[in-house]
Design a protein around this ligand. Structure first.
Ligand SMILES: [Zn+2]
Length: 119
């Protein structure tokens, strides 16, 4: 969480009062509620970007792993493809996962071919 008055970042730690400027978070929430705003808006927004990024990233890395026979892209694509994702972006994550597996297969074939051609 971040102090809304001075901007001090507390990371994942939940604090009641900012030790930098003395801002009271509980009071701030109450005031915001009274003003009919959403106190958690900025936090959920940050999380939402993660949920969008992972499926897209998985998808891109999955394709990259197919084009470039380099297993690391495929492995990352598989890991990211298994992460929590927004419902409407799940097809991307699933494609990234599948591309990742195909990419590893392709990489293995390429590596084996290179090794065989060396002898
Ligand atoms: Zn502060």
């Amino acid at each position: 969480m971040k102090c809304e008055r001075c901007g001090k970042d507390f990371g994942d730690v939940e604090v009641e009062v900012c030790d930098e400027c003395g801002y009271n978070f509980e009071e701030g929430k109450r005031i915001k509620k009274a003003l009919n705003e959403h106190p958690e808006h900025s936090v959920s927004k940050e999380k939402a970007t993660d949920l969008i990024d992972y499926p897209i990233l998985s998808f891109i890395l999955g394709i990259l792993g197919l084009v470039v026979p380099f297993a690391i892209f495929s492995i990352i694509a598989i890991i990211l493809g298994k992460k929590e994702a927004k419902e409407r972006l799940k097809p991307f994550a699933n494609l990234g996962f599948v591309f990742g597996i195909i990419g590893i297969a392709v990489s293995s074939v390429v590596i084996i071919t290179i090794i065989i051609s060396l002898f």
